[in-house]
Write a protein that binds this ligand. Structure first.
Ligand SMILES: [Mg+2]
Length: 198
């Protein structure tokens, strides 16, 4: 089983899962009218989910509520969906998106959220024509991935587990396993949930 980068104990993203997930995301990511629109869709998706991640964290440190680890794991899955969509533009899976190398920092949960957001904003800034080359964009995604891995570790989950949960959710939302506006609006996976989050 292949794992990413220097993170054998934390990342645990297997090649098989990454390839299967890339196909899954290709089926469910809404087709767009141009490369520029596709990339902007993926980029605002990454940015939006980064905002949702820091919002989950904010609720715990500002409001002193218990950290909602399930919700944090869900939002990490959501951002991976859009990250795979962007990587897919370059015919890459998440295994080819390398997180930062070197010694792991000791980061707090707040830093994890903030770093995901800051690096997601950088990806958003880059996702305009002329679009960056593959190496440049995969490196930018790697900065986000580094802290997504830290977040997953905080949730005591592997990237494989985060991805499986995202696939479960979206399989409920899109039972035909392809994108439909009506299914995106109906959000069948959220029916019956109080205070459901996206
Ligand atoms: Mg979300």
């Amino acid at each position: 089983m292949g794992t990413i980068g220097e993170y054998p104990h934390r990342a645990t993203l297997s090649l098989e899962v990454a390839i299967d997930y890339s196909r899954f995301v290709t089926r469910l990511f809404k087709p767009m009218t141009s490369d520029a629109e596709y990339m902007m869709h993926a980029a605002v998706g990454i940015a939006g989910e980064a905002g949702e991640i820091i919002d989950v964290i904010k609720k715990s440190w500002v409001y002193e509520k218990a950290l909602d680890l399930d919700n944090l794991a869900e939002e990490l899955g959501d951002i991976l969906f859009y990250m795979q969509a962007m990587a897919g533009f370059y015919r890459a899976t998440l295994v080819e998106v390398k997180p930062l190398r070197g010694e792991l920092e000791t980061v707090t949960l707040r830093q994890i959220g903030n770093k995901i957001f800051i690096n997601a904003a950088e990806v958003l800034a880059m996702a305009v024509p002329p679009l960056p080359n593959r190496a440049r964009m995969l490196r930018a995604l790697g900065y986000v991935l580094h802290y997504v891995i830290e977040g997953a570790h905080y949730c005591d989950k592997t990237l494989n587990e985060i991805i499986f949960q995202n696939q479960d959710k979206l399989t409920k939302r899109y039972p035909q396993l392809f994108y439909r506006d009506a299914d995106a609006i109906a959000r069948a996976d959220k029916i019956g949930e109080a205070g459901a989050s996206s």
